[in-house]
Design a protein around this ligand. Structure first.
Ligand code: DQA
Length: 152
């Protein structure tokens, strides 16, 4: 059976993890989080590719490319674009690739403007509030979801 291919996308300011507002986001760097995801992907037998961008249009480009590259699922932490980006929502809907929305912090217990996501109702699921573990939960969850569907 072909290995599942999963794209991991991280939005603006997540390149600063490690030093950025550690009270909300912890002290682990994005490189360390990605490394953990790669090890888990190995264990699960899935392939992952990961990108971070501070630019909305570049994230749209990555999503559109995933459509052409027959990526099976996207794990996305859209960061601030969660709360503002119709463009990311439209790109995800256009490619019809199943996705999981991830947040390090629990956006629902922070400022009110963070409570709303423009993407989440189109997602397979979302994970928020577990720090870096939000990403590993998302990878386990979407892998199991896709495998259950393969078995249908
Ligand atoms: C975030 C939450 C967003 O509200 C914020 O803008 C981020 C990070 C998180 O992972 O908790 O940049 O997506």
């Amino acid at each position: 059976m072909k290995a599942l291919r999963i794209l991991v996308l991280n939005g603006p300011n997540l390149n600063l993890l490690g030093t950025r507002e550690p009270g909300h986001y912890g002290v682990q760097t994005l490189a360390a989080i990605t490394q953990e995801l790669i090890s888990l992907a190995d264990t699960l037998g899935v392939e992952i590719t990961s990108h971070q961008s501070n630019h909305e249009g570049e994230l749209v480009d990555f999503i559109q490319k995933a459509g052409n590259d027959s990526i099976d699922a996207i794990i996305i932490n859209p960061a601030a674009y969660t709360h503002t980006s119709v463009a990311l929502r439209d790109a995800l809907l256009a490619t019809r690739i199943p996705f999981v929305e991830v947040h390090l912090s629990n956006i629902h217990k922070r400022e009110e403007f963070r409570h709303r996501s423009l993407l989440v109702d189109a997602a397979v699921g979302s994970v928020a509030g577990f720090g870096p573990v939000s990403y590993t939960m998302a990878l386990r969850g979407i892998t199991e979801h896709l495998r259950n569907k393969q078995g249908d």
